[in-house]
Design a protein around this ligand. Sequence first.
Ligand code: ZN
Length: 370
Amino acid sequence: MKNRIVEEPKRRPVAERLRKLRISIAERELDALLVSQPENRRYLSGFTGSAGWLLISEKNAILATDFRYVEPARGESPAFEIVRTARELGDWFPGLVSDSGWHKLGFEANFVSYDSHHKLGEAMESKKVDLELVPTTNLVEQLRAIKEPEELDFITEAVKLADVAFEQARAAIRPGITEKEAAWTIERLLRQEGSETVPFEIIVASGPNAALPHARPTDRIIGPGEPVIIDMGARFNGYCSDLSRTLLLGKAGNTLEEIYDIVLSAQTTAIERVESGMDATQADRLARSIIEQAGYGDAFGHGLGHGVGLAVHESPTLGPGSSGSLADGMVFTVEPGIYLTGQGGVRIEDMVVLENGRARVLTGARKDSS
Ligand code: ZN
């Protein structure tokens, strides 16, 4: 690993995150919130284990986890009271809430499974605990959407790792190797540069496969004159990056060269014009209108971008059906694409942060197609 400007964090700004969350909990007239979504759990507590529940009320911050994680949790989550869980929810959960005096407990409706919800209800009923389970959405996600300076530092490092790995990989991505070989080269370079895992399966889509926005690398041999879409990312201190480039290997033909220029112009225009305060749908329009005017509206079948942080896809979502507006501190991708069945496609993706009302580009990888 090369020297990094950012070291492992000493103390995450957990207190401030909990303060903001408690305001949301009070606004929804809840007594407490049960958090189990992994990135939300990590964001609020610093806990990196793969299993556990947070219970957060005005006065309490409890992290309940099983024996594997009790010791690590004490180190990672000093602001939390650590409780060891038993196998069945009914064996530990009612005891934790029975003396709380709480009446309404929020849970993450997008994440708690039907089965877990049922078991929570049963557990409380069996112990005669009168606590209403109230579905909530986006309480923590909306906090995560606005990045703190430290988070931005980590994301910037993850972006740099992907930039460096891509620059090294692009020389190796040439006709004659398979998509899988190209993907492995990228993965190896990402890990050599210091990426903690790869945050999602690397996409290398060549020729007609490049018409599939989420193609998986295959044994297909990349041919001369073909488009190759590469979509890759790195992870640093838990934070992700997301980068797409399209290479046209040799003379790709007029149509592909034309759509490359259209996508590039849609992408750079969106980056120049996107503003804080703008609706997420409006941001999507900035690029989409250019692609539509060029006659390829139907071939841009996904949204313009998505937030990136602890998760590779998070708030905000920038698409035709999005809700909400953009704000300073948000980090998201700008990644228009055109996909032509049977022929291939082009996608160009950068990450940006909104600062002082405008987008600052974080990604440094070159955007030329060769
Ligand atoms: Zn993306």
